[in-house]
Design a protein around this ligand. Structure first.
Ligand SMILES: Cc1cc2nc3c(=O)[nH]c(=O)nc-3n(C[C@H](O)[C@H](O)[C@H](O)COP(=O)(O)OP(=O)(O)OC[C@H]3O[C@@H](n4cnc5c(N)ncnc54)[C@H](O)[C@@H]3O)c2cc1C
Length: 342
């Protein structure tokens, strides 16, 4: 016998999004298994209602109440399911917290995720925008995932290739957006483990400490320290991390922008294109520390927009548009938001 679906009506989502934006969901259902999704789809009322998938709410800008059935991912469980010559495969429920999972893997002697420590949110949302930090993206540690089709109720398994991971992108931000709910993710942790240190701030830690061969735990501690110094804690100041993607441009576009401003921070990419530092451009336009209404630009990092207390989603969007316009006016580049705006 299954327990009945956990259904709530008129739920305030303010505690469930890290920006702390007000939003009332018509219905909220806690999803603890694939069977819960299928039971929901079989319900005469809930099955037909429009649906919205919610993880930890750390990549969302909620601008209105949701006249939808919000599916809050609470599928749990972590296990080492396979060991091959070159990797360990760990299967994790989509509702598990990402950072706790990084820590859990380390505690089991399964390193490989440490560069992505302290990224908020759930494991199920990690493939959605192919999360990444300090030189590693989810796609570098990904084996496959299970998702339930929200129309047919069928479970599908997708490989990395089928997820079409890109920079902060995947099929779940494109044609599968809102259509399939990720319930389980299998992570591929390399064997033997090799540290990934190419990133400037980690190189700096190597120089400062003289530790040239850090352990995975050491890298984890460095990443946590760097992030805590640089990013606001959502429990204290509402935010969603980086608000805009770093624009990727052709060599010709990059030359054109350097001609406008020779100091622009840019990084060459493997495919010959260049990534521009969005935070640097926003700072150059004078936005750091500024506010519109109760939404502001974080004092220590211009790429992060913050809730100065009681902001609405509309205020955040107004600020974001004003930033986009001034960056476009000065550099001819249209910044694209990283979070999902609802
Ligand atoms: C302080 C801070 C720092 C951050 N740093 C980083 C960083 O370094 N790198 C990085 O990549 N991101 C970063 N982020 C963004 C965010 O943490 C990630 O995008 C995270 O993966 C979002 O997870 P979530 O569970 O909160 O997703 P949510 O915000 O709940 O959802 C995001 C989107 O994914 C969809 N979704 C969620 N779960 C599922 C699912 N199971 N199936 C299908 N669709 C789903 C939602 O419908 C929504 O469209 C940061 C955010 C904050 C607040």
């Amino acid at each position: 016998m299954h327990s009945p679906l956990a259904v709530e009506n008129g739920t305030n989502l303010k505690p469930y999004n890290t920006f702390g934006l007000p939003c009332v969901a018509r219905t909220l259902v806690r999803i603890t298994s694939e069977a819960d999704v299928r039971r929901l789809l079989g319900d005469p009322e809930l099955g037909r209602a429009p649906k919205f998938i919610l993880g930890g709410g750390s990549n969302l800008v909620l601008t209105r109440d949701l006249d939808a059935c919000v599916l809050k991912l609470e599928v749990k469980g972590r296990a080492l399911v396979e060991t091959r010559d070159d990797c360990h495969i760990v299967e994790v429920g989509a509702g598990e917290n990402w950072h706790d999972t990084v820590q859990w893997c380390l505690a089991q002697g399964l390193p490989g995720l440490e560069n992505m420590a302290l990224i908020p949110g759930t494991v199920g949302a990690a493939p959605v925008q192919n999360i990444g930090a300090y030189g590693i993206e989810l796609k570098d540690r990904f084996e496959s995932l299970d998702a339930v089709d929200l129309v047919t109720g069928r479970t599908i398994t997708l490989t990395a290739e089928q997820c079409r991971f890109g920079y902060r992108d995947s099929v779940f931000k494109q044609h599968l957006a809102g259509k399939s709910i990720i319930t389980r993710v299998r992570l591929r942790l390399p064997r033997p483990w090799q540290p990934v240190l190419g990133y400037l701030e980690l190189e700096r830690k190597v120089q400062e400490t003289g530790i040239t061969e850090p352990s995975a735990q050491q890298i984890f501690d460095w990443v946590c320290a760097v992030r805590r110094a640089k990013l606001p804690d959502p429990a204290v100041v509402g935010n969603v991390g980086s608000f805009f993607k770093n624009p990727v441009v052709t060599p010709e576009q990059c030359r054109d922008i350097i001609a406008r401003d020779p100091h622009i921070v840019h990084y060459p990419m493997e495919d010959g294109s260049f990534k521009l530092a969005a935070g640097w451009m926003i700072d150059a336009c004078g936005w750091k520390g500024k506010s519109i209404g109760r939404a502001g630009v974080y004092e220590k990092q211009a790429l992060v927009l913050v809730n100065r207390g009681g902001a609405s989603g509309a205020e955040v969007v107004t600020l974001a548009r004003a930033i986009q316009e001034s960056v476009y006016g000065r550099f001819g580049i249209r910044l694209e938001p990283e979070p999902v705006v609802v």
